[in-house]
Design a protein around this ligand. Sequence first.
Ligand SMILES: C[S@@+](CC[C@H](N)C(=O)[O-])C[C@H]1O[C@@H](n2cnc3c(N)ncnc32)[C@H](O)[C@@H]1O
Length: 210
Amino acid sequence: MERYTTVAPVYDLLSGEWPVYRAGRLAGIPALHLLPGDRVVDVGCGTGLNFPLLRRAVTDRGHVVGVDSSHQMLRTARRRLGAGARDVELVHHDATRLRDLVDASGPLAGKTADAVLFTYALSLMTPWRDAWEGALSLARPGARLVVVDMAAPVGGARVFTPLARLATRLGGADIDAHPWTALQADCVDVSHEVLRGGHVQVWAGTWPGR
Ligand SMILES: C[S@@+](CC[C@H](N)C(=O)[O-])C[C@H]1O[C@@H](n2cnc3c(N)ncnc32)[C@H](O)[C@@H]1O
């Protein structure tokens, strides 16, 4: 992930967080239905922009695991957390091989998740279907899964399409991937919210297990 190694120090400034993308976190994280004491995995966690919201929801009795393939993004996340955030575990790993983490010798062996979250990350992962399947291997039956990702704007917001395509291309995402289709296929109790003229897609569901 050379792209994110380079941009990590300025990612929060350049990512369009406040005008566009924060709205997706604010809608997606409550849809995880987290409870105090829960264990949540944030896949492609980047600089940890979700962590304050996740930590507040699971409280200090819970556990947040952030997985990312960029050392630099994880370093920025660690810096933001500061010392003493023992409830957050950062794992450097390629999310298309998440299954390795729960294998007997992996760092998450025997620790299934109550919830798994992808924000603006699944459509970057190649192939994203492997990352999705891996997420299912981390989740316990009954776990909540949330995908917040991007699509081309619709309706009147279509005027912003060139901008949206440029932003996603710069970020390495495939705006036409629509990776929430896997959540639609594999989960029950599926709900969704569309924000920012259709550009920000928030999909949530419950994983019933195999
Ligand atoms: C656009 S950033 C989003 C970061 C964060 N989820 C957020 O909402 O701000 C995408 C992140 O996905 C990570 N990523 C991309 N491909 C990955 C992969 N195969 N495995 C793990 N992380 C990956 C990148 O390193 C980057 O930190």
